[in-house]
Design a protein around this ligand. Structure first.
Ligand code: AVJ
Length: 306
């Protein structure tokens, strides 16, 4: 972890890997973010998922297996599984072993005959499905707009990898936030209560605790900005002074106003999303959005030969 952090902080334009945001406190704060009035993403995605019903069932074969990328809670899986035709199995993939254990124990009572085989892994690396799922009809599920954290080339690489994991006949339902005016986007990443600020700044608290750093939390501030050319919201931590910070044995200097770029949230227009998916061998079968066009769930299927 120190290695990852240090590498980013020694670049001319300082960055920290977004996955470091999600320690225990970070996960709790992100949970708080999803309930904020300004953070429309989670609540909008849930409303779309709840209404998929027959239109999803028309595409997904009975007795299939669902594979979920980034399964940190059972909420969305339960909503989707309930709308599928007698699903046989469910494979949640997540890096957090505790989250996986509670997903399994939360789902079991409601789906007693569903075979649940969790995989603890970083889904940006190749994952092999367990034997019972190998000859099954596979339905991949990647909710939450997590794909928006990835630059377009990385998103394509991920989707290509997912296609290899899920197999040529698989379907893949991917949630992604849509492009929209900055005055709607920015409050979602810079809320009035300061929860997102606490989430971003917690990264420094974590480095102080786990990487022997001495960031002064009063000398950095949260900043969210809309990068229109890249079509993404960026989170930064701005240095409020000229200062030097220790990280392990290194000293890192900051000029006043210099930032550490901590996260990107890409907002793809539907055509842009389709292009990214097509470059990875997927074609768009159907797309569901809310009435306000805030968020999209896109059902992908394989392109023959790709
Ligand atoms: C978990 C990546 C979907 O980008 O909206 C929320 C993370 N960062 N507020 C997002 C996040 C700041 C979130 N994702």
């Amino acid at each position: 972890m120190i290695g990852d952090a240090l590498m980013g902080l020694l670049q001319p334009r300082k960055t920290l890997p977004p996955k470091l945001l999600y320690d225990e406190t970070g996960c709790r704060l992100f949970g708080d973010i999803t309930a904020l009035p300004e953070y429309y993403l989670t609540r909008t995605e849930l409303s779309i998922l709840r209404r998929l019903g027959p239109s999803l069932r028309a595409h997904v074969p009975a007795h299939g297996w669902m594979v979920e990328y980034g399964a940190s809670s059972s909420l969305k899986a339960a909503i989707v599984l309930r709308q599928l035709d007698r699903p046989a199995g469910y494979i949640p993939i997540d890096i957090a072993p505790d989250a996986l254990a509670s997903v399994q124990s939360d789902l079991h009572p409601d789906f007693p005959s569903l075979e649940i085989l969790p995989i603890c892994a970083d889904f940006l690396r190749p994952v092999e499905l367990p034997a019972p799922a190998r000859d099954a009809r596979i339905f991949g599920f990647f909710p939450g707009s997590t794909i928006g954290n990835l630059e377009p080339t990385a998103a394509t690489a991920f989707l290509r990898l997912a296609r290899a994991t899920l197999g040529p006949g698989a379907l893949f339902l991917v949630g992604a936030d849509l492009r929209k005016p900055a005055d709607r986007l920015l409050p979602a990443y810079d809320d009035a209560q300061g929860v997102t600020a606490a989430f971003n700044l917690n990264l420094l608290t974590r480095l102080n605790r786990e990487a022997g750093a001495n960031f002064d939390l009063d000398r950095f501030a949260h900043r969210a900005l809309w990068n229109d050319a890249e079509s993404r919201v960026e989170m930064h931590l701005v240095s409020l002074a000229d200062q030097s910070v220790r990280l392990g044995r290194q000293h890192i200097t900051f000029r006043r106003g210099e930032t550490i770029h901590t996260e990107n949230s890409y907002k793809h227009a539907p055509e842009a999303f389709d292009r990214i998916a097509a470059a990875a061998g997927w074609r768009t079968i159907e797309r569901w959005t809310d009435d306000d066009g805030l968020f999209a769930l896109t059902l992908l299927g394989g392109t023959p030969g790709a």
